[in-house]
Design a protein around this ligand. Structure first.
Ligand code: FAD
Length: 508
């Protein structure tokens, strides 16, 4: 069977959350939390995971002031909580305060540690509700506070980091030293003339060490950098890590996903289970993330359902669901529609969970939903070449796909890339056959771009498709080089993406 792996493991210094532990962990906590909401099927989340893990290692000593968590929104059990949290794209980072209101930062999969640290600090500071009790003060100190510091605080050392207002180093060192006893760290702004004059500071950043016996000296470091300050301070005499901080991470729960039995599939066939799974996932999970559908997003939904009703080679019961939904949506004249109204249209005949067969991955984070979304739209472009599509625009299906991806597809970086390709050349498509070829060649471009990356299932390497073993006639030689025979590709597509090539195995 396919082992159920998630992108994170309990040995990472972060909390692997589940739908039912999320609220308990976060709202009863004295820490600030930053949670990455991801979808294990989303390639960019897979690429982002090493960065998030590296960040968790980098700031593990900031616990308990600040904790990192992860939640997999692709798990059926998480879908409700992810939509309550307003998560519509992946990966999304949310900084949670004590009041439940969150600040959202959309993570770019290329994000690096330093900007992530900075935006986390900024978001925590911007919180207007109660300051997390476990979090030390991060605001700049003043001459008045420093004067009375050793009377008010029972510590031997006070480190002052003088820096410009836009520098994060002081706050990072404060958090780095959080678990150490007998020392406090404060930042001082270069604009604080009193302090700058009193300590005769000319370099920003630079750091000074004050002791309770009245001494004061500049901290000698090779570079005025976070790690150099931290290294120096942690090695001062009488500085020890407090015993109240337990660094071994006890995960709230072990990941609870159950392994899926391996389903044997023939790669030359399509499976209705994949196609109906994608109907369920798009209409009931991705669209459902938007509790209010309005404007262009509502139009995108209408177009998507309309091409499904027209071209999806459905079993009769499913065809009725799609046609009813389409008819109902066409009758909607309001500009705003609550998702609950869409949900209320009878749809019980749709599959109520996902069953991946041709799109099953060797591990749970591979293939699945994005694989089937491609298949669905290839199938629809091919079905639109039949006589029932003859009066429609050649762009009917491609535009519906473009809008679906733009307004609903959870992998936001994928959507951006796809929109880039569409903006570049989709309007050059002049016939329904050209629409089939356009989508084929753009999908191959995506395959080429992401082949060999960490989101590739090692058991299903990304190939230029169809390979010669599937369609020998699609490949020819020109000037000694392999080139495509587009006419043969089109014929192959019309046979491959036809109702007679769809197997009904594994449908419940
Ligand atoms: P997929 O590429 O999903 O293909 C599914 C199946 O379609 C294959 O098994 C094969 O049978 C068939 N197939 C393969 N190539 C073609 C073709 N050219 N024409 C017709 N059929 C074909 N992932 C990223 O990491 N970065 C991205 O930017 C990105 N953008 C995406 C944009 C869209 C619109 C979609 C739907 C997905 C995107 N993905 C992206 C996901 C990625 O393309 C794959 O879907 C995912 O990695 C799963 O791969 P897979 O091996 O199942 O094959």
């Amino acid at each position: 069977g396919a082992p159920a792996l998630s992108l994170y493991s309990p040995s990472d210094p972060l909390t692997v959350l589940q739908a039912d532990t999320l609220e308990r962990s976060i709202f009863n906590s004295s820490s600030a939390w930053v949670v990455e909401f991801y979808a294990s099927w989303c390639g960019h989340c897979i690429h982002f995971a090493p960065t998030w893990r590296a960040l968790a290692n980098d700031i593990q000593e900031w616990r308990p002031a600040l904790r990192l968590g992860v939640l997999d929104c692709a798990e059926a059990s998480s879908q409700k909580v992810c939509s309550e949290f307003g998560i519509t794209g992946f990966p999304t980072l949310k900084v949670k305060g004590m009041d439940g209101a969150g600040i959202q930062i959309l993570a770019h999969s290329e994000a690096t540690l330093q900007p992530l640290r900075h935006s986390i600090i900024t978001s925590v500071e911007r919180h207007e509700d109660v300051w997390p009790p476990a979090c030390p003060p991060l605001e700049p100190t003043s001459l008045a506070e420093v004067r009375g510091f050793f009377q008010a605080n029972n510590v031997t050392y006070l480190a002052l980091i003088f820096e410009k207002a836009d520098s994060f180093m002081g706050r990072e060192v404060i958090l780095d030293m959080l678990q150490y006893e007998n020392i406090a760290v404060r930042r001082v702004l270069s604009s604080d003339e009193e302090m700058v004059k009193k300590y005769d500071v000319a370099t920003f950043p630079s750091a000074y060490l004050l002791t309770s016996n009245g001494s004061c000296s500049r901290i000698p470091v090779h570079l005025e950098e976070r790690s150099f300050y931290t290294f120096f301070l942690r090695r001062l005499p009488d500085i020890v890590r407090g015993t109240s901080y337990n660094l071994t991470v006890i995960p709230d729960t072990e990941p609870r996903t159950t392994p899926t039995p391996w389903r044997v599939a023939d790669s030359s066939k399509l499976y209705m289970a994949d196609l109906e799974s994608v109907l369920h996932y798009t209409l009931r999970v991705e669209v459902a993330r938007f509790s209010d559908l309005r404007g262009e997003r509502l139009t995108a939904l209408k177009r998507y359902v309309s091409v499904l009703a027209k071209y999806f080679p459905a079993r009769p019961s499913v065809r009725n669901v799609l046609r009813n939904l389409n008819r109902w949506l066409r009758g909607v004249k309001e500009r705003d529609l609550p998702y609950s109204a869409v949900e209320a249209v009878p749809n019980a005949r749709l599959m109520n969970r996902t069953i991946w067969v041709g799109c099953q991955g060797s591990q749970s984070q591979f293939r699945g939903y994005p694989c089937s979304l491609w298949l669905l739209f290839h199938l629809l472009t091919v079905q639109a070449t039949l006589p029932k599509g003859q009066n429609a625009s050649p762009l009917e299906v491609l535009s519906a796909m473009r809008e679906y991806v733009r307004f609903f597809f959870g992998c936001r970086d994928c959507a951006e890339h796809f929109e880039g390709m569409a903006a570049e050349s989709m309007d050059k498509v002049k016939s329904r056959d050209e629409a089939v070829v356009w989508l084929w060649s753009r999908h191959n471009r995506v395959n080429a771009r992401i082949a060999g990356t960490t989101s590739e299932d090692p058991k299903f390497p990304k190939l230029q498709w169809p390979p010669p073993s599937m369609c020998p006639a699609c490949h020819k030689k020109f000037n000694g080089q392999q080139v495509w025979d587009e006419g043969a590709v089109l014929s192959f597509f019309k046979a491959h993406f036809s109702p007679s090539n769809i197997y009904l195995d594994y449908i419940p």
